[in-house]
Design a protein around this ligand. Structure first.
Ligand code: SF4
Ligand code: SF4
Length: 470
């Protein structure tokens, strides 16, 4: 017989009083990193000054009579120290970007996020903004106090001075940025004459606001939430990648205060929290490798200072690898690194070769598409072409123009063309033949451009000749 026992049902529908609403939003806690001195701090100081210095100085460098680095968008030319890139060289610029990506992969596999910690513009500008904050409002504890203090005239004065200084640095950044696209001396002159164009004002304003917001207000949030590199770096890391890490075996169990410690049972970490206070992203490196860590090594400097004070060897937090922390051997040369390194070297060599083998002149041929052919008043049959001749060199040049094609074809147009340095010209020519004396079929013709200074510059372009009959 069937067992008719039934399981009693229980109503598990949550009652309103049980409901707990969990917010997925967490308000940002403002981070005030403490200044620290140490070996890595000195290196960082040098790298950020170099980065900032180069950014501000490069547009002022003159080279062969014009701005050395000038991205002339209206003229469709990029001038970089004597080399002019035209739209036809776009492939070289794409190549350069791919090279930069491979260099980033290579150095990330080798040494983690060194780019982020030492030279990234976000790190650099944030650091200068923090310096200004430090000069005006004082060190970390003074800034925390000022944040918590009620509004007074003194607080207002400090805040106004800080934001004004930030805005001035941001404005300098914006003007310099536009100075890479418009000759900077002319830009500054017109700025003081209040004669800037609409786009120039827009981009100066845009970069001023972007710099002020990113480096003054958002800071570590740009690294944590906006930068894609932080997200995909973990894919490139392996157990031999250099990371900033806390030596848990040595540091744990941590005990607060140096005096009360039983040397036999406690680790070296005295739980002073200094490594957290100096961290620009506000993380605790003792919790393990985190994507927020920009490898700035401030926590290494901080902890080394503490270790020196308590008479312990430096390096409780240090640059190391996961393998080294686990007591295994670290390998610098490993397949992924060799792969990235090989591709990087190969692409660099090919890029340099392409740059030096690049013919510094260009010829484009545009056939007249409105008339396939034309019958001239003397009965000859003609085709019209426009030759676009580009002189990519930094000196004036005269080029010889000619063609190769069927016998009987006659060139009608200038046979030489003078092009100033870094300029271009359009030349109209016709090819034609007299049908009473010659028979020419529709076919291919080649236009040839050669320099007259025996430098070996030669370009040849193919086109069509249409031998229509009246
Ligand atoms: S954990 Fe250390 S290395 Fe990483 S961001 Fe913070 S201070 Fe810099
Ligand atoms: S600075 Fe060093 S000793 Fe102090 S909490 Fe950090 S790891 Fe521990």
């Amino acid at each position: 017989m069937k067992d008719n026992k039934r399981i009693p049902a229980t109503d598990v529908t949550p009652r309103d009083s049980d409901a707990v609403e969990i917010s997925l939003y967490a308000a940002r806690e403002k981070i005030h990193p403490k200044s620290i001195h140490g070996r890595f701090e000195r290196v960082r100081e040098v790298t950020v000054w170099i980065t900032m210095g180069l950014y501000l100085v490069v547009p002022w460098i003159q080279w062969q009579g014009r701005q050395a680095v000038w991205f002339d968008l209206p003229g469709r030319q990029f001038h970089i120290f004597g080399i002019t890139f035209w739209p036809q060289d776009f492939v070289l610029l794409s190549w350069l970007l791919i090279l930069a990506a491979f260099a980033l992969f290579f150095f990330t596999v080798l040494a983690g996020r060194v780019w982020c910690g030492y030279v990234c513009p976000q790190t650099t500008w944030t650091r200068f903004f923090t310096k200004i904050e430090d000069w005006i409002e004082g060190d970390r504890s003074a800034r925390l106090k000022l944040d918590a203090a009620p509004w007074t005239l003194n607080k207002l004065r400090k805040r106004v001075s800080k934001h004004t200084s930030w805005l001035l640095l941001a404005l300098l950044t914006g003007i310099t940025f536009v100075g890479y696209f418009t000759p900077i001396t002319d830009l500054i002159y017109r700025l003081f004459q209040i004669q800037l164009g609409g786009w120039e004002m827009f981009w100066i304003g845009f970069f001023t606001v972007a710099t002020y917001t990113n480096a003054g207000w958002m800071r570590e949030q740009v690294c944590i939430y906006m930068c894609p590199y932080a997200r995909f770096q973990s894919v490139m890391f392996d157990h031999d990648t250099l990371i900033v890490s806390y030596d848990e075996k040595r540091g744990e169990p941590r005990t607060r205060g140096a005096k009360s410690r039983d040397e036999a049972n406690v680790g070296d970490c005295i739980d002073c929290g200094l490594c957290v206070q100096v961290c620009p992203t506000g993380i605790d490196i003792r919790d393990g490798l985190q994507y927020e860590c920009i490898t700035c090594a401030a926590c290494i400097d901080a902890c080394d200072l503490v270790m020196e004070k308590v008479g312990k060897p430096r390096g409780l937090i240090r640059y190391t690898t996961e393998n080294a922390l686990a007591g295994l051997k670290s390998h610098i040369l490993r397949p992924r690194m060799i792969g990235y390194g090989f591709v990087l070297m190969l692409m660099s060599a090919l890029f340099v070769a392409a740059l030096f083998l690049r013919v510094p002149a260009e010829l484009d041929v545009i056939r007249d598409r409105t008339n396939l052919y034309r019958v001239a008043s003397d009965g000859s049959i003609e085709n019209s072409y426009r030759l676009e001749v580009i002189n990519k060199t930094q000196r004036d040049q005269t080029f010889r123009l000619s063609f190769r094609g069927a016998e009987g074809l006659v060139w009608n147009g200038p046979e030489t063309v003078f092009i100033p340095a870094g300029s271009h010209a359009t030349v109209g020519v016709t090819l034609g033949f007299d049908p009473f004396y010659h028979t020419v079929e529709t076919g291919t013709v080649w236009f040839v451009m050669e320099d007259m200074d025996e430098q070996g510059i030669r370009r040849e372009r193919e086109s069509r000749f249409i031998a229509g009959r009246p």
